[in-house]
Design a protein around this ligand. Sequence first.
Ligand code: FVH
Length: 320
Amino acid sequence: MSTQRPTPTHTTTADQPAADAARPAVSVLGLGLMGQALAAAVLSAGHPTTVWNRTPSKAADLVTSGATLAPTPHEAVTASDLVIVCLTEYDAVRTLLEPLADALRDRTLINLTSGSSAQAREVAAWAAERGIGYLDGAIMAIPPVVGTPDAFILYAGERARFESAEPALRALAPAGTTHLGADHGLSSLYDVALLGLMWGTLNSFLHGAALLGSAGVPAAEFAPFANQWLASVTGFVSAYATQIDAGGYPADDAKIDTHLATMDHLIHESEAAGITTALPHFVKDLASRAIAAGHGTSSYAALIEQFRKPDTTDPAAPNA
Ligand code: FVH
C-alpha cells in the first residue's frame, strides 16, 4: 500500500479560491489524524476549505496551507454546503451536531466516523427529520493514503445526494469513491466486514510466520510466498461468492473432507513447534461442523452455513 500523501498547495487564506460549481466549498469538523488528512485532500484539490476542531491547534498546518479555521462548529457548518465530520465515535458526533441542526438544514452532511450500522441509521433518521441530507461513509484507508489512488471510501444514503457530492468526494479517494446503496447502515457493515477480512488474513499470516520462525525462517522470506498465495485466494473468493449466492457448493477444487485432514497437520505442526493452536483448532471446528451437517463432499464455501448461525454455549445444540 502506498503511503504517498498529496502535498497541500501552500496558499494564504487570502489566496483561497472562491467556491465554484466544480470546486464547491467543503467544511471538515474533526481534525484528528484522519480529519487532517481529509481536509488536506480537499484543500489540495482546490476546494475552499473551512475546518473546525475542539482542539484548534491541530488546524495549524492546514491553515498554513490555506484552510480557514472556524472559531465555532456553527461557523464551520455555515461556511459550506458540504460538511464532513470525522470524530472518534458517534456519541461525540451526536453531541456536536444536535445544536447545529438548524444550520445543517438543506446542506449535505457526510459522516466518516467509524460506528455501527444501527448508529448510522439512527443519525440518518435524525438528519431526515431535520431536512439534512445525510451520507454515511467508511474510510478504507489510513490517513497518509487519503487523496491517493490507493484510498477507497464507501458511502451509503440517498443516491442523488451522493451523486451531487461525488465530484468533491473524489478528492478524498480519486479512484475509489463508491455508493453502496440507500440503506445508511451499509457503509458500517462493509467497514467491519472488510476489517474482519484484514484481521483474519493477518492473523493467519502471523500464525504462519510463528510456525516457520520456529524452524529459523525469517518472516521476510515467508512474505513473498504468503502474498503469492493470497493472490490465488482472491480467486477462491470470487468463485465461492458465486456459489454462496447460488446456494450450492460443488467441490470443483477440493472437498471439505480433504481440507479437514490438512487442518490436522497444521494443528500437529503447531503443537510440535510449541506455538498456539487456537487458530487452527477454530478453523478445524468450523469444518467439522460443516461435515457433521452433511457437507463433507461440498466445497469450502459451504462453511457459510456455519457462519450464518448464532453462537451457542449449549453443547446439545446443533451448532455447538
Ligand atoms: N486513523 C485511521 O487510520 C482510521 C482509518 C479508518 C477510519 N478511522 C476512523 O476515523 C475516525 C477518526 O479517527 P482519527 O484517526 O482521526 O482519530 P483521532 O486522531 O483520535 O481524532 C479524533 C477526533 O475526534 C475529536 N473528538 C473526539 N471526541 C470529541 C468530542 N466529544 N467533541 C468534539 N470532538 C471530539 C478529536 O478532537 P480533539 O481531541 O483533537 O479535540 C479529534 O479531532 C474514527 O472513528 C476512526 O475509527 C480512522
